[in-house]
Design a binder for this molecule. Structure first.
Ligand SMILES: Nc1ncnc2c1ncn2[C@@H]1O[C@H](COP(=O)(O)OP(=O)(O)O)[C@@H](O)[C@H]1O
Ligand SMILES: [Mg+2]
Length: 271
């Protein structure tokens, strides 16, 4: 073997080592990103639910005080009804948090997207009221989808919070559900009538850490640039698709296509 062959062989070896180093680094960074996305989602959810819960407690306290102050049966009955309604709401909120904490069922299973959307809206009810966002629901009958409920809920939270943040002065937010029988997919559209996204920025919005926000807003949300990156990853893990349409000054629509649950999916646990 000539000296130059020797040199070539060692350069090849170096190059191979460098490539495998890079692969290890990419894998490590991907794990870190996933972890950061998870923490970010949990943080946002905790912030939201704590506020909601506090709000419910205030209602309970106020009606309990009212019931104590007034002895007539009519006022007391009304107070009890309000307390019961608020307590039921509180228990729904905690069960949602518990489901998330337990990571619901950590696998794809038949999932009712309508209740998932309703549960998520319940968590955001107070926040949407506070920012004067009117939520419009157009739900057509849809079959169950094949999904990991928790992860899809994270996607919904991210899209709804982004939509809310795009309308700082308040506005309309429309959520549509429909069934595309041809592709065997369920379509979910989250449309806001807010700021819109300039054309030149659209290619970047799904990149991790891409954000046009200066940091978290006063309710501790956004500014990490991880929201849509997570949405994209989760939707792709579900073999679905996510698409965006936007016009500056008019608003933005995110469309999710998620596969419906088929009997044959049962043979594929953990997909
Ligand atoms: N509904 C929306 N309306 C306008 N801009 C949006 C909307 N959703 C996302 N964006 C843009 O995409 C960027 C990335 O979103 P995201 O990944 O959720 O990160 P973050 O919300 O932390 O900034 C946002 O900073 C914003 O510029
Ligand atoms: Mg966001």
């Amino acid at each position: 073997m000539s000296e130059s062959d020797d040199v070539k062989e060692s350069t090849d070896r170096d190059a191979r080592a460098e490539i495998s180093d890079a692969a290890v680094r990419v894998a490590m960074l991907e794990r870190q990103l996933e972890h950061a996305q998870k923490l970010c989602a949990i943080g946002e959810l905790t912030g939201t639910t704590t506020h909601e819960f506090n709000n419910v407690l205030t209602t309970i306290i106020n009606y309990a005080k009212m019931g104590l102050r007034h002895t007539d049966a009519e006022t007391r009955n009304k107070a009890f009804e309000k307390i019961l309604a608020a307590a039921n709401r509180a228990s729904k909120i905690t069960s949602t948090i518990l489901a998330v904490a337990k990571n619901r069922k950590n696998r794809h299973e038949p999932t009712d997207l309508v209740s998932l959307v309703e549960d998520t809206l319940l968590l955001l009810e107070r926040e949407m009221n506070k920012y004067r966002i009117t939520v419009e629901k157009v739900f057509q009958p849809i079959p169950e989808i094949r999904a990991e409920g928790n992860r899809i809920q994270q996607v919904l939270l991210n899209l709804l919070i982004n939509a809310r943040q795009a309308m700082p002065e308040g506005g309309r937010l429309a959520i549509k559900l429909s069934h595309d029988a041809e592709t065997e997919m369920v379509d979910l559209v989250v449309r806001d009538y807010g700021s819109g996204i300039p054309k030149e920025k659209l290619p970047f919005i799904f990149d991790p850490y891409y954000s046009t926000k200066t940091g978290p807003d006063e309710s501790g949300k956004g500014g990490t640039g991880l929201g849509l990156a997570l949405c994209k990853r989760v939707v792709e893990e579900h073999r679905g698709r996510i698409r965006v349409e936007s016009a500056v000054g008019k608003g933005t629509a995110f469309t999710l296509k998620l596969p419906i649950y088929k009997k044959s999916d049962a043979q594929e646990p953990g997909v």
